[in-house]
Design a protein around this ligand. Structure first.
Ligand code: MN3
Length: 240
């Protein structure tokens, strides 16, 4: 980190150890868009591979839901993000700033949708251990009093999202703190800087075919397929 950057960070009141620079965040969130470098060229985002078969999470998530969710919805966000970046590049070239307002909205929506789904698939596994262990468990107990308290808050936050959105368990590096947040759509309601460790999609497309309006049942059942090893790995990286 250069001196200018250090001074800037100091002025912001962010300790060096609390700050996760770009490549580190990429490592934690995973970046399927670029294997070789952390830098992704404009309009070249790609759909990451699904880490299991479409039917692997049955009976909690059925094959048809998984297929549609991945190939139609997540793929749609990737496509939308690429199209937005392409349009922005063209606007810059033409020095046309009239579309910027709507492009900013699309950047937030499609970009956040792509990031959250890329974390979500890896947060799930047909072989869940049921609960976290080791340093993540200790951190949850320290922050929330107990794993059950954490789980209750996560379930309540996720279930009560207004409309389409997500329950988000994240690490806030500025305060070195674990937090549970909601996201409406993909991009509304957040704390800037928070890094998602475990995200639960409660858009209707994530559960409606199977659970209809019973979102609370879906959120309860999701806890049977959480890949705690993945969540734990993400946690270890943010605190290391
Ligand atoms: Mn979704």
């Amino acid at each position: 980190m250069n001196k200018e950057r250090r001074t800037f960070i100091k002025q912001l009141g962010l300790g060096g150890s609390a700050l996760l620079m770009g490549s580190r965040v990429t490592e934690i969130l995973g970046n399927s868009d670029s294997k070789e470098t952390h830098k992704v060229l404009p309009a070249s985002h790609t759909l990451p591979p699904l880490p299991y078969a479409y039917n692997a999470l049955e009976p909690v998530i059925d094959e048809q839901t998984m297929h549609l969710h991945y190939h139609k919805h997540h793929a749609g966000y990737v496509k939308g993000l690429n199209a937005t970046e392409q349009k922005l590049a063209e606007a810059m070239k033409a020095q046309d700033f009239s579309i910027i307002k709507s492009m900013e909205r699309d950047l937030a929506f499609y970009g956040s949708g792509h990031i959250l789904h890329s974390v979500f698939w890896n947060n799930l596994s047909p072989k869940s251990k049921g609960k976290p262990e080791g340093s993540l468990l200790q951190a949850l107990e320290s922050e929330f009093g107990s794993f059950n308290n954490f789980k209750s808050q996560m379930i309540a936050a996720t279930t009560s999202v207004e409309g389409s959105g997500w329950g988000i368990f994240a690490f806030q590096p500025i305060w070195q703190k674990l937090v549970i947040l909601q996201a409406e759509k993909h991009q509304n309601l957040t704390q800037w800087g928070a890094i998602p460790l475990l995200v639960i999609d409660v858009w209707e497309h994530a559960y409606y075919l199977q659970y209809q309006n019973r979102r609370a049942d879906f959120v309860q059942r999701i806890f049977d397929i959480i890949n705690w090893d993945d969540v734990s790995e993400r946690y270890k990286k943010v605190v290391s």
